[in-house]
Design a protein around this ligand. Structure first.
Ligand SMILES: C=C(O[C@@H]1C=C(C(=O)O)C=C[C@H]1O)C(=O)O
Length: 293
């Protein structure tokens, strides 16, 4: 298996090209992938670029921001492995210099798509606020922007900035207390008619193996991010979970409905989950089937 941080624009081989998020939150989903899917090329990147590379056909299957799965009628969720939370997520934070109802300008982490949509939904639905947005580059800090509020995701969002803020939101907490549902940040997506669509089972097996060795992952990865092994383990086992079940589908369904209503995603109405019981066991999620809250 070949691992690279960015893939070449034109890959002449026919290896299956798998893209995964490079943050700590996704390590359990790729641990042991080389042994389970030999011959695959694994590309690690930030979520927004994975979405763009899957859309451009540079990847066959990728762990993309969940909101991106709504944007192409050919996309299908291939596995019940995902990155989700039922409460505080720790690594998706809104740092606001003003009361949320007064946010006029919002800097969005360049690596994010899902959380960028989620924060817009929370501000619009709860405060009637539609801020002007700007992109916060990957290497930038909150001090590099004068925006009223700043969204950070991933490894760099785990440690609080040195600045103090009027309000700090953990977006996992905000979503779950507002809706009572889990939130799915990322999931494995492929095109219905492409080879990656067959990888659901192996990707689920990779996740199961990752969960078996999750304390080893925390020990190996935590210190590289300035986290103790217990802190990294708590993040991976208490803040996050990695199974997309019926409650997660309900959370996705509501997220899709809200994002569609705000015009953040097109109203394609495609079924995200293939009916195959070997992949995902219960009923499909479509925007037509979405229930209101
Ligand atoms: C929990 C997280 O979920 C991530 C957030 C994403 C987004 O906002 O688009 C996409 C993929 C996930 O890796 C995180 O990055 O901290």
């Amino acid at each position: 298996m070949i691992q690279s941080s960015r893939m070449s624009e034109t890959d002449p081989t026919d290896r299956v090209r798998i893209g995964a998020v490079r943050y700590l939150n996704s390590k359990p989903l790729i641990e042991g992938l080389p042994a389970t899917i030999p011959g695959a090329e694994l590309v690690l990147d930030v979520p927004s670029r994975l979405a763009d590379d899957l859309a451009a056909g540079k990847l066959d299957v990728a762990l993309i921001p969940s909101v991106e799965a709504f944007s192409d009628a050919n996309y299908v969720a291939v596995s019940d492995a995902c990155v989700a939370t039922r409460g505080p997520v720790l690594s998706v934070k809104l740092y606001s210099r003003v009361h949320p109802g007064q946010i006029r300008t919002l800097a969005l982490d360049e690596g994010s798509r899902t959380s960028a949509a989620l924060v817009k939904i929370l501000l619009e639905e709860r405060y009637g606020v539609t801020p002007q947005v700007e992109s916060l580059p990957l290497q930038a800090t909150t001090r590099d922007t004068s925006a009223d509020a700043v969204l950070l995701i991933g490894d760099r969002a785990i440690h609080p900035p040195e600045e103090s803020f009027h309000t700090v939101w953990d977006l996992g907490t905000e979503w779950s207390t507002w809706t009572g549902l889990p939130f799915v940040f990322a999931m494995w997506v492929a095109r219905r008619d492409r080879p990656g669509v067959e990888l659901g089972k192996p990707l689920g097996a990779v996740r199961d193996r990752g969960l078996d060795v999750i304390s080893d992952i925390a020990r190996r990865e935590g210190p590289q991010l300035g986290m103790s092994q217990p802190a990294a383990l708590e993040y991976l086992t208490k803040n996050l979970h990695f199974h997309l079940g019926s409650a997660e589908r309900n959370g996705l369904q509501l997220f899709r409905k809200l994002a569609t209503r705000l015009g953040l995603v097109p109203d394609l109405g495609h079924t995200l989950f293939a009916p195959s019981p070997s992949r995902i066991a219960s009923s499909p999620v479509t925007s037509a089937a979405a229930t209101s809250h």
